[in-house]
Design a protein around this ligand. Structure first.
Ligand code: C2E
Ligand code: MG
Ligand code: MG
Length: 284
């Protein structure tokens, strides 16, 4: 059992290495098992809720869309942020079920807002490549869109750079099928992984999201400023729209605008909010 635990740790570290067993590994493994079984309960008891964070075009001064962000409403602990459970959900495969629920709930909100004459823009969903790779993903999505009266042009899918580049050949094929339906594709957390530029230009990506880790110190750290400018130039030359994540201050916003990034998502404009609050925002 101990050897098995050490093997898991070695795999976690990215394979091609070795690990000796230590007692804290058992505690971690135990935590993981507990977490996984609570996630199964959460699925059964419908404990996942969807928050939305508006995305703004600061030149046109309007909301262009909303990113759906999952939260776990735990009966004892309260609201659990995704960073605490998404990694385990991904590892165990439960992410597929969780994301199906998030997708359905978020799409229902958008369909009802559009029906009421509100304009929330595009719904951005975070999806694991694992999810897109499911055989029935596209037929199910089309079916749900049809039932809800949800237009393909209302939808944007965010896939992380790391997941796309894990298997770029398979990604190109899958993403092309999705893009052909008229759904927008965005590459999330750009700059944090290793991108093949040769693949980047072959992928049907519409939008590039500049990661929060560069935006954070953009106005004080010369390297972050230089990297951000380079990402903006790259995005523009590949004909992609640009959006910066995690914008918290006016200085960060001004830097981005001055350097050609008009789209902003961050606490400066709005935190992620529950559906009722978003509806109020759209009405006002
Ligand atoms: P992400 O897709 O890059 O989402 C942006 C994260 O940045 C969100 O964290 C958001 O709350 C946070 N954020 C936005 N503006 C600011 C800001 O101005 N300052 C700071 N400090 N943070 C800001 P959140 O909601 O905790 O989500 C974390 C990550 O979990 C997401 O990163 C995404 O990768 C993943 N995630 C969230 N919801 C889902 C989901 O439904 N499915 C999947 N597969 N992953 C999800
Ligand atoms: Mg995202
Ligand atoms: Mg991101």
């Amino acid at each position: 059992k101990f050897a098995d635990t050490a093997m898991y740790k070695a795999k976690d570290e990215g394979r091609d290495n070795y690990q000796f067993y230590a007692s804290d590994m058992t505690a971690l493994a135990f935590e993981r098992v507990v977490m996984e079984s609570s996630l199964r309960v959460a699925l059964k008891e419908d404990q996942f809720v969807v928050y939305f964070q508006p995305q703004f075009n600061i030149v046109e001064n309007k909301i262009t869309g909303m990113e759906a962000l999952v939260r776990w409403q735990h009966p004892q602990i309260g609201l659990v942020p995704p960073g605490k459970f998404i990694p385990i959900a991904e590892e165990s495969g439960l992410i597929i079920e969780i994301d199906k629920i998030v997708m359905k709930k978020a799409m229902e909100c958008f369909a009802s807002w559009y029906q009421e004459g509100l304009n929330p823009g595009k719904l951005a969903l975070n999806l694991a490549m694992k999810q897109l790779a499911q055989k029935d993903f596209i037929p199910q999505l089309l079916n749900e869109m049809h039932t809800m009266g949800f237009e393909p042009s209302w939808l944007a899918l965010e896939v992380t750079e790391g997941q796309i580049m894990n298997n770029p050949k398979a990604s190109i094929k899958k993403l092309n099928q999705i893009s052909d339906i008229g759904i927008e594709l965005a590459i999330d957390d750009f700059g944090t992984g290793y991108s093949s530029l040769a693949y980047l230009k072959k992928l049907p990506l519409d939008k590039l999201k500049i990661d929060q880790s560069f935006v954070r110190d953009i106005d004080v750290d010369e390297d972050d400023a230089a990297i951000t400018k380079a990402i903006i130039a790259l995005g523009k030359s590949l004909n992609m729209q640009l959006i910066a994540e995690g914008v918290e201050t006016v200085d960060q916003r001004d830097f981005l605008l001055k350097n050609g990034c008009e789209n902003i998502q961050g606490f400066l404009y709005s935190k992620p909010l529950p559906a009722e609050k978003i509806k109020e925002l759209l009405k006002s």
